[in-house]
Write a protein that binds this ligand. Structure first.
Ligand code: NAP
Length: 320
């Protein structure tokens, strides 16, 4: 496993981050332990979760992914070897302050996450998405206080537009506060514009690490979705808008180029992403050790310039 510094911090993270949104949703606790064990066995050290995971699943009140990770830390005694990232902003209790990025919310949300995770610190605490009712100054000041209290070590953000990330950098510098070391945008070969239009340049310029989520677009970029062929998956319904001729052609290209590398469609998709200079660690989801092992194979692939460009062209998003 290769490791990279997360943004301009000294924190070293594995080049593939293991997402855990599926724990207590599409993967039970036993499977979760098996997948996390296999990931660590392969050299992985970087887990991503969120307080809200996965409240949309039937019978899941939220907080279940953090609880499963907490029990795994306890069982394995490996807390200090793992870089644990979690997020806040999701609705975790009733009333007008039960979600959001206010000081009032975050000071309680962090203690709830620490309790569920059975730990006394979070390595990377991230804002889950923007909350336009809270001044960015308030959130950044509260997060800075949490760093000073030792409850969190670094701060990051997710789903932020470029202008707000740039404004956050400016506020942190002006007020001498800890700054975001990473951003977590949605990004995949079939969803490139949101990140590449402006955010990518900000990250490169400001030394902000990029840990893209859903890099396989929820499984669409694994090769099991083909024209007229939809696998049995809880994710399939939400992927319908990607079922286009252009995207199926892209999958066929990844498949045919992949034969030269003895690589799967998932591995080719991630190999393309890892070759982009801004990218620190894509956050993948795996429902089984087999899926994880397939994904980790991407780390062995170095695409030729010609193949990289062919994939780039087939998934290009820029208008004239
Ligand atoms: N910040 C945010 O707002 C946000 C939002 C979403 C996710 N995230 C983070 O990103 C992580 C990853 O998101 P994601 O689950 O959407 O990532 P993804 O890697 O794009 O998709 C994962 C899904 O693809 C399928 N899959 C994975 N490997 C496969 C393989 N080798 N062969 C066949 N199918 C395979 C599995 O679904 P099936 O088995 O059901 O097909 C799996 O659940 C989450 O766990 C979370 O930590 C963050």
């Amino acid at each position: 496993m290769d490791y990279r510094r997360l943004g301009n911090s000294g924190l070293k993270v594995a080049r593939i981050c293991l997402g855990t949104m599926q724990w207590g949703w599409t993967a039970d606790e036993k499977t979760a332990f098996e997948v996390m064990d296999a990931y660590v066995e392969a050299g992985g050290n970087f887990l991503d979760t969120a307080d809200i995971y996965s409240a949309w699943a039937p019978g899941n009140p939220g907080g279940v992914s953090e609880e499963i990770i907490g029990r795994w830390f306890k069982a394995r005694g490996n807390r200090r070897e793992i870089v644990l990232a979690t997020k806040f902003n999701g609705r975790m209790w009733g009333g007008p302050n039960g979600d959001g990025l206010s000081r009032g919310h975050v000071m309680k949300a962090v203690d709830d996450s620490l309790r569920r995770l059975q730990t006394d610190y979070i390595d990377l605490y991230q804002t889950h998405w923007p909350h336009y009712d809270t001044p960015q100054e308030e959130t950044l000041r509260a997060l800075d206080d949490l760093v000073r209290m030792g409850k969190i070590h670094y701060i990051g953000c997710s789903n932020e537009p470029a202008w707000r990330l740039m404004k956050a950098m400016w506020i942190s510098e002006r007020d001498q506060l800890n700054r975001f070391i990473s951003v977590q945008p949605p990004y995949s070969l079939v969803k490139r514009a949101e990140f590449e239009r402006e955010l990518e340049a900000v990250c490169l310029d400001q030394g902000v690490g990029v840990i893209p989520y859903s890099p396989l677009q929820g499984g669409f970029l694994t090769g099991k979705y083909r024209r007229g062929q939809v696998p049995d998956s809880a994710r399939a319904e939400g992927l319908k808008r990607f079922f286009t001729e252009r995207n199926y052609n892209l999958i066929e290209l990844l498949d045919s180029l992949g034969r030269q590398y003895n690589a799967s469609v998932a591995q080719m998709s991630l190999a393309w992403m890892l070759q982009r200079p801004a990218i620190t660690s894509p956050i993948i989801g795996a429902n089984s050790v087999d899926q994880l092992n397939d994904i980790l194979g991407c780390l062995e692939i170095a695409l030729s310039e010609e193949d990289y460009k062919a994939i780039d062209a087939a998934s290009d998003w820029k208008e004239n």
